[in-house]
Ligand binder design. Structure first.
Ligand code: NAD
Length: 351
C-alpha cells in the first residue's frame, strides 16, 4: 500500500538553449544588484563573460573554486564577497563551483543564481559540503538551495567528452539511489526513471558529438532530474561509498561514481527488486548492474578503481570506513559484502 511524504523544494528553473540571455532579468527579479560571479580557474573566461552580461549588476569575479570546497578557499571567497559588498552569487560551473556558492550562502545567507555547466546536479539540492583537514563535512540547509537555476545546454558543449560521460553517470547514480531510497515517493521515482532514460539515451551522442545541442539538451534535462532526485530523497550505500573513496583516497568524484554504481546495484539487487527492474527496463539490459557497467564501458569511461589510482592495499581500509557509521541501505551493510563489492570494483569486473 502506498504511503509517502513529498515536499517539493522552492526554486525557479529556466531551461533552454540561449536562456543565459535571461540572466540580467532574473537577477532583477531577485532584487539583487551586486552579484559576484564564481568559477574554477579553468572556467575563469566563462565567469568573466557572464560578468560582462550582467553589466552594472556585477561587482566582481572569484575564480578559485576547487573540488570538495576546501575551507580555506571558502574563507577567502567569503572575504572577497564582503570586500565587494556583494548581495548575490552567480555560480557558473560544475558541482565544485556550486559548492563554493553554497559555502558562501551558509555563512552569509546570500542568494545563489546557479548556471550549471556539468551534470553534477548540486544546483537542485539544499546539500552543502566543506572540507577541512582532509575531512569533508556535509549537511542540509535551505539557505544553500539556489533560488534560480539557468540551464543553458550551449554552456555544456565545452565539457570534455570523458567528463560528460562520468558526470552523466554521476547523475544516473542520483536517480538509481532515489528509486530505492528509504523515503522514496512516486513523483521522485517517476522523474528518476525519466532521468536515467534521458541521460543514458543522450550520452553516446554527447561523447562522440560533444557540440550536438539536441543531445546536450537531453543530457542536461536528465541532469536536472537527477539533481531533483538527489535533493528530494535520501541516498544510500553507493553515495556513502563514493563519499568515502573520494574523501579518504582523493579519488575523482564523477569517475568514482561511474565505477562504483554497477557494483552498488549488484549488492542491492535482491533487496530492491522493483527499483532494479525499472533500471534494467529503462536501460534495456539483462540486469541493472550489468546494464550500468555496459553503459560506462561503451562510453569509454573507467570501469575499475585501479584505473582511478586507488591502491589495492586501500580496499580493506575502505571497507572498514564504509561500515563505520550505520546508515540506511536496502540490504544491510556487512563488511564481507562491502569488501567483495570493493574488490570487484577495484578489478573492474562486470557484475
Ligand atoms: P567540477 O565542478 O569539479 O568540474 C570538473 C572540472 O570540469 C572543473 O575544472 C570544471 O571547471 C570543469 N568544467 C565543468 N563544466 C565544464 C564545461 N562545460 N566546459 C569545460 N569545463 C567544464 O566537477 P563536478 O563533477 O561537476 O562536481 C563535483 C563536485 O560537486 C564534488 O565536490 C561533489 O561532491 C559535488 N557535488 C555536490 C552535490 C550537492 O548536492 N551538494 C551534488 C553533486 C556533486
Amino acid at each position: 500500500m502506498l504511503s509517502f511524504i513529498y515536499e517539493p523544494l522552492p526554486s525557479r528553473v529556466i531551461f533552454g538553449v540561449g536562456c543565459l540571455d535571461q540572466l540580467p532579468e532574473q537577477a532583477e527579479r531577485l532584487k539583487v544588484s551586486r552579484a559576484i560571479v564564481l568559477s574554477t580557474p579553468e572556467q575563469a573566461e566563462t565567469a568573466r563573460a557572464i560578468m560582462a552580461r550582467l553589466g552594472q549588476c556585477a561587482v566582481g569575479v572569484y575564480t578559485n573554486a576547487v573540488m570538495h570546497v576546501p575551507a580555506d578557499i571558502a574563507k577567502a571567497a567569503i572575504a572577497r564577497v564582503r570586500e565587494l559588498s556583494a548581495d548575490c552569487t552567480v555560480a557558473a560551473g560544475g558541482g565544485s563551483t556550486t559548492g563554493l556558492a553554497k559555502a558562501i550562502a551558509l555563512e552569509t545567507g546570500l542568494p545563489i543564481i546557479a548556471i550549471p555547466t556539468s551534470y553534477a546536479g548540486s544546483e537542485m539540492t539544499p546539500i552543502w559540503g566543506l572540507t577541512e583537514a582532509g575531512v569533508k563535512k556535509t549537511g542540509r540547509d535551505m539557505r544553500v538551495l539556489p533560488r534560480t537555476v539557468l540551464y543553458d545546454p550551449s554552456l555544456t558543449v565545452s565539457m570534455p567528452p570523458m567528463l560528460s560521460a562520468t558526470s552523466g553517470i554521476n547523475s544516473i547514480a542520483h536517480c538509481v539511489e532515489a528509486l530505492y531510497a528509504k523515503d522514496a515517493n512516486p513523483i521522485i521515482s517517476l522523474l528518476a526513471e525519466e532521468g536515467i532514460r534521458a541521460m543514458a539515451a543522450s550520452l553516446p551522442r554527447v561523447v562522440t558529438e560533444p557540440r550536438d545541442l539536441t543531445a546536450r539538451s537531453q543530457a542536461l534535462y536528465g541532469a536536472w532530474l537527477g539533481g531533483v532526485a538527489l535533493g528530494a530523497v535520501g541516498m544510500a550505500l553507493h553515495h556513502k561509498l563514493c563519499h568515502t573513496l573520494g574523501g579518504t583516497f582523493n579519488l575523482p568524484h564523477a569517475e568514482t561514481h561511474t565505477v562504483v554504481l554497477p557494483h552498488a546495484c549488484a549488492y542491492n539487487a535482491e533487496a530492491a527488486p522493483e527499483a532494479m527492474a525499472k533500471i534494467a527496463r529503462t536501460l534495456n539490459g539483462e540486469s541493472a548492474a550489468a546494464a550500468l557497467y555496459d553503459l560506462a564501458a561503451s562510453l569509454g569511461a573507467p570501469v575499475s578503481l585501479q584505473a582511478l589510482g586507488m591502491k589495492e592495499t586501500d580496499i580493506e581500509k575502505a571497507a572498514d570506513l564504509a561500515v563505520q557509521n550505520p546508515y540506511y541501505n536496502p540490504r544491510p551493510v556487512d563488511r564481507t559484502g562491502i569488501r567483495d563489492l570493493l574488490r570487484n570494483a577495484f578489478d573492474g569486473r562486470r557484475p
